[in-house]
Design a protein around this ligand. Structure first.
Ligand SMILES: Cc1cc2nc3c(=O)[nH]c(=O)nc-3n(C[C@H](O)[C@H](O)[C@H](O)COP(=O)(O)O)c2cc1C
Length: 355
């Protein structure tokens, strides 16, 4: 598979990033649906994949390397993505009603920096479409569903959108992510402010209790935060979330900061959220900071700038329980999953006492 991606990458990189993205998701979706191709993906990617089980949020993850939200926003390629060896898949962001997102172009590559800027703005087919797509697939993976609010919904009413989302996906999701950290929906990140956040999470936790009763199933809820929070805000967010009994934190979304040389990378001046290699240090700092304010067994899903085994190891050292990839997949291809798992296993073997 490593070899295969090095053939396709130059071709894909000649296309505009969103077209390339759409082709890849369509192709993986198609391969996942057609039996012999699905088996091919499993054999080449998953085959002798090192197993590295992790228990978190009451779920048994076959390995701690997940797909980050935003790649499969409409649940188009769940089975194909599962075959690539991920320990879990976070689908979405899905909004209650369909919306087209921002005008194109809205995704930009900075290849020499291994970075992307995007301002997609939650292009989403909406909940009904999402659930119909998901229902057509086998879903042999742990599935997180990432929820957003519609652009037309005010922050005052945002809780309604998140409750609508929670009710709709509760039964089928293994966990639910509340996305209040995308920089591309106006005002969204203000939902991270203490009182607003507390009110929102209180409503979601109350609804979760009722849904757990109704469905006889507990679906954990995690919150995805921004890397642009200052140190005091991180402490406040961690306090509110742990006091309210939230089940985990995803850290982090993309940054509006530009920790790279703007002269070398003119695309960096594009408006939107930056992801990829330049985000790693920032994201890892947020994970360490969260760890100072949460119990040691509190689940933290680390995401941001994981491009190789070393940056994955850095996220775990900072305190991540699980990790997710997005930009790393674009630059390195699906072989990255196996590379990280191989390194984790080697590190564990080196630590184990020799007899
Ligand atoms: C094109 C693109 C679209 C994204 N869409 C979403 C999204 O819909 N919801 C979300 O929570 N994060 C979204 N993200 C953020 C990623 O999930 C991840 O948090 C971020 O890219 C940092 O990880 P990375 O450096 O591995 O890419 C998106 C990222 C990219 C590059």
């Amino acid at each position: 598979m490593a070899g295969m991606y090095s053939v396709f990458r130059p071709l894909l990189f000649r296309l505009n990033p969103e077209t390339a993205h759409d082709i890849v998701v369509q192709t993986i979706g198609l391969m996942g649906r057609i039996h012999p191709l699905n088996q091919y993906l499993v054999d080449t990617c998953r085959g002798p994949l090192p197993s590295f089980p992790v228990e978190a949020m009451g779920l048994s993850f076959p390995n701690p390397v997940g797909l980050a939200a935003g790649l499969d926003k409409d649940a188009k390629a769940v089975d194909g993505l599962a075959a690539l060896g991920f320990g879990f898949l976070e689908l979405g962001t899905v909004t209650p009603l369909p919306q087209s997102g921002n005008p194109r172009p809205r995704m930009f590559r900075m290849t020499s920096a291994q970075a992307l800027v995007n301002r997609m703005g939650f292009n989403s087919g909406g909940l009904n479409h999402f659930l119909a797509r998901l229902g057509q697939q086998q879903q042999q993976a742990i599935i997180g569903i990432n929820l957003g609010r519609n652009a037309a919904t005010s922050n005052e009413d945002a809780w309604r959108d998140y409750l609508t989302g929670l009710r709709a996906v509760y039964r089928v999701a293994d966990y639910v992510t509340i996305n209040i950290s995308s920089p591309n929906t106006k005002g969204l990140r203000d939902l991270q402010e203490r009182d607003t956040l507390d009110g929102l999470i209180a409503r979601l936790k109350a609804e979760q209790s009722q849904l757990a009763e109704l469905h006889q199933k507990y679906t954990p809820i995690v919150v995805k935060i921004s890397p642009d929070l200052d140190i005091e805000s991180i402490a406040r967010v961690a306090e509110v979330l742990t006091l309210r009994g939230i089940d985990g934190i995803v850290a982090t979304n993309t940054t509006i900061s530009r920790p790279l040389d703007a002269k070398t990378h003119p695309q960096a001046s594009q408006e939107g959220g930056l992801s990829g290699a330049p985000l790693a240090a920032l994201s890892h700092r947020i994970i360490s900071e969260l760890r100072q304010h949460t119990p040691s067994d509190f689940p933290v899903i680390g995401v941001g700038g994981i491009m190789d085994a070393a940056s994955a190891q850095a996220a775990f050292s900072a305190g991540a329980t699980l990790i997710q990839l997005y930009s790393g997949l674009i630059y390195r291809g699906p072989a990255l999953v196996r590379e990280i798992l191989g390194a984790l296993q080697a590190a564990q073997a080196a630590k184990a006492p020799t007899s």
